[in-house]
Design a protein around this ligand. Structure first.
Ligand SMILES: [Zn+2]
Length: 273
């Protein structure tokens, strides 16, 4: 059996970093949680939801929820290919039923609810299953009175193939988060490259604390769309973690290797006592 190729990290022994353009030993990148080893670069490569769980949670502590939820094609939507066919292909490619993984686990011994969207599945776009899984995760975090950690890797925003049903997920997750907030829950949102569209416009930017990986692309519409709409020159790098930190949308930029410790620290800081 051959190993499934990872998106963003080409197959083979060597990989070319898109930031510093150096050719680097792939193993070196993987050993550093898919981060470029060049000291001045530290480009954060794509990381799958599965790898992310291993990076963030205590080993073997993840208990996955709602694995039986499967996407359907309520509109019979056809773009380049029919949506139902696209779903089958994406499922075969990623081994995931849809773009989100949710469940419960431990971060350095601290009980948390974790949700992740994976860019490899239809650019991490939010359809009904993604919205439903995230909503149920928020609701269980509310019931169980646990901290909630969502990691977004969504370039597609709402999933157009599910039309209005997709858009409704923004309101549904947001409403659940509002109830969680009212109940006194702690929600830490971790923005990774990319976090765009309806995901950025809903749960990804509703955290009590918003962390971001370095140089992640974060925004709503793409730069060209905005430029064509408002007909103004846009500031350099305005859709990056660094720009958003400067302008108050992001609370802290955290290197991937420090994420686990940082989240644990935040949970302790916010715990009553
Ligand atoms: Zn690099």
């Amino acid at each position: 059996m051959t190993e499934r190729p990872k998106r963003g990290v080409p197959e083979g022994l060597w990989v070319r970093c898109p930031s510093c353009t150096n050719t680097i030993f792939k193993k070196e990148v993987e050993l550093r949680l898919n981060v470029c080893p060049e000291p001045g670069c530290q480009h954060h490569f794509y990381t799958s939801a599965r790898d992310r769980i291993a990076q963030l949670l205590d080993e073997g502590s993840f208990e996955e929820w709602d694995t039986d939820l499967r996407p359907v094609d309520p509109l019979g939507f056809v773009d380049r290919i029919p949506y139902h066919q696209r779903l089958v292909e994406e499922q075969a490619k990623t081994g995931m039923p849809d773009a989100a993984v949710t469940g419960k686990g431990f971060i350095r011994g601290r009980d948390v609810v974790l949700g992740i969207t994976d860019f490899a599945f239809m650019a991490g776009s939010m359809g009904s299953v993604v919205g439903e899984r995230l909503t149920r995760a928020v609701e269980r975090a509310t019931e169980l009175r646990l901290p909630l950690i969502f990691v977004s890797g969504s370039g597609g925003g709402a999933r157009m193939q599910e039309g209005i049903l997709s858009l409704m997920q923004m309101a549904k997750v947001s409403a659940a988060l509002a109830r969680y907030h009212a109940a006194g829950g702690l929600y830490v949102s971790v923005l990774t490259n990319p976090t765009m569209g309806g995901v950025a416009a809903s749960w990804a930017l509703q955290g009590d604390l918003t962390l971001a990986e370095p140089k992640a692309m974060i925004g709503f519409a793409g730069a060209r769309t905005i430029k064509n709409t408002i007909r103004l020159e846009l500031p350099e790098g305005f859709q990056t973690s660094e720009f958003l930190l400067k302008h108050g949308f992001v609370d802290r930029i955290v290197h991937r290797k420090d994420l686990r410790t940082e989240v644990a620290r935040i949970i302790d800081y916010c715990s009553v006592g």
